[in-house]
Design a protein around this ligand. Structure first.
Ligand code: MG
Length: 205
């Protein structure tokens, strides 16, 4: 991965381990020819740098989907709130300027598209089969399942479903992502690929 983009990813807000990021990069690079790479939950763009540079290397495209008002766990009073992201006029979070800046610094403005939307609303009008879906949006059971139900049917055969924040031990983190992962495995629609730390990876049959 190009060192300038890697430095941008390191400096970006957000929680993504570098090993997980590099796995996302390789997966995006290997599947961007099948269809666009779609990320649900871009926040400030850390994972978008890894995915976008992977897509770019394969002459593909990344779609960054986020409402940019922050997930439940990012809201004021919660553990992961960052006051820099607070828009005092809107009285709400706004992470869009951070994402735009990250994509610009990483040289990805020509290769990544930002869609400011609730993922389920965009899903209603999205019909292009996708090469890779990365789910890292809201971590409540309702939000995570909503992203899964709206978007996984759009993954092309041979395409990838990647889910972030799998915590087998409930003491380590919320259980919604790993519940989705187990649900996907049980569906019979996917083959399990090796996980990278908390990143689950499945291939659509
Ligand atoms: Mg995450």
């Amino acid at each position: 991965m190009d060192p300038q983009a890697l430095a941008v990813a390191h400096a970006c807000k957000g929680f993504l381990d570098e090993e997980e990021g590099l796995r996302l990069h390789e997966l995006a690079r290997a599947h961007a020819q099948i269809g666009p790479i779609v990320e649900i939950g871009s926040y400030c763009g850390k994972s978008a740098v890894y995915l976008g540079t992977g897509a770019r290397a394969a002459n593909g495209t990344l779609l960054c989907v986020d409402h940019h008002r922050g997930s439940e766990e990012n809201q004021p009073g919660w553990e992961h709130h960052d006051t820099d992201t607070w828009d005092t006029e809107a009285k709400a979070m706004d992470t869009l300027p951070f994402l735009r800046r990250t994509l610009r610094l990483a040289g990805l403005e020509q290769h990544a598209m930002i869609v400011v939307a609730q993922s389920a609303v965009l899903a209603k009008i999205w019909s292009t089969p996708i090469g890779m879906l990365f789910i890292d949006g809201g971590h409540s059971f309702e939000a995570a399942r909503g992203d899964y139900d709206a978007w996984t049917p759009k993954i092309a055969p041979g395409g990838i479903l990647a889910i972030h924040d799998l915590f087998p031990n409930p003491a380590d983190g919320g259980q919604a992502p790993i519940e989705l992962y187990r649900h996907a495995c049980a569906s019979g629609a996917y083959d399990e690929l090796p996980t990278t730390k908390t990143l689950g990876v499945l291939r659509r049959r």
